[in-house]
Design a protein around this ligand. Sequence first.
Ligand SMILES: O=P(O)(O)O[C@@H]1C[C@H](O)[C@@H](CO)O1
Ligand SMILES: Nc1nc2[nH]cnc2c(=O)[nH]1
Length: 294
Amino acid sequence: MHTKGSSCCCSFEDYKLTTEWLLNQTRHRPKVAVICGSGLGLLAEGAADKQTFRYQDIPNFPVSTVPGHEGCLVFGTIEETPCVFMKGHFHLCEGYSLCQVTFPVRIFKLMGVEFMLVTNASGGICPDFKVGDIMIIKDHINLPGFAGQHPLCGPNDERFGTRFPCMSDAYSKDLRTLALDVGSELGCSDFIRTGVYCMVSGPNFETIAEARVLLTLGCDSVGMSMVPEVTVAKHCGLKVLGLTLVTNKVSLDYSREEKVNHDEVLEICKMRAELLQKLVTTLIGRCQQNINRQ
Ligand SMILES: O=P(O)(O)O[C@@H]1C[C@H](O)[C@@H](CO)O1
Ligand SMILES: Nc1nc2[nH]cnc2c(=O)[nH]1
């Protein structure tokens, strides 16, 4: 089903088979999808009436290999809103094609999902950012995409979206405003930021020279995921909100000695997981009110 190389694409039958398999296995019909980044699987714990499927048991699904990614799909409800959570997502640096990385997004679309909340861990580039900040993503830079590593390269299936999609409004303004309002209600305004997120492939963290380039490009934080999923979500008409947790400061200065590592990333995710769960749960509840009003 998956072939290597940038023209990798899954056939519509592959998406249909997986979707039908899931629709037969669960009575849940999610309206909201939440992709949980490294160490953020706790977000799914707040759901009621949970039903869990391991990625390895779902036809055509890849499996998570990065520590901090449990590798299961959790259906459930948050304040009466039917949701589906990805406890762990996929990365280019794991060796997956972008078709595999973004495969779940089109499944969510076919299942009837309307909103997608994506979370991940990232390194803070903006000098004002602090470890533990939560950045609401207003825009992204798809660096791998500049070099043709792009989930929409290859044959375009019009059943999902247009050949040349607009990406300037990838992150819903309404959902960003809602996230800011909910953040301030929860007393988090001191560490809620808004900014531009840049994706690189990884798996190494940035050199100092690379970090300086990203700062010059206007990036506020950098990570190794999220952008392919957002791109495919926008292509197929899902509303998207991206929240990235700043788990470390990217070094911009040769005289500074600190060295980032994945354990440190997971430590900060653990510290903020409960608050992020509260933020996401409240947001989903408000989204439902928006859906009801539409
Ligand atoms: O939240 P994600 O999965 O993007 O986590 C980032 C990317 C790497 O998995 C990890 C590096 O520490 O952080
Ligand atoms: N590329 C990148 N990804 C991250 N994920 C968490 N922290 C970082 C970082 O500093 N750089």
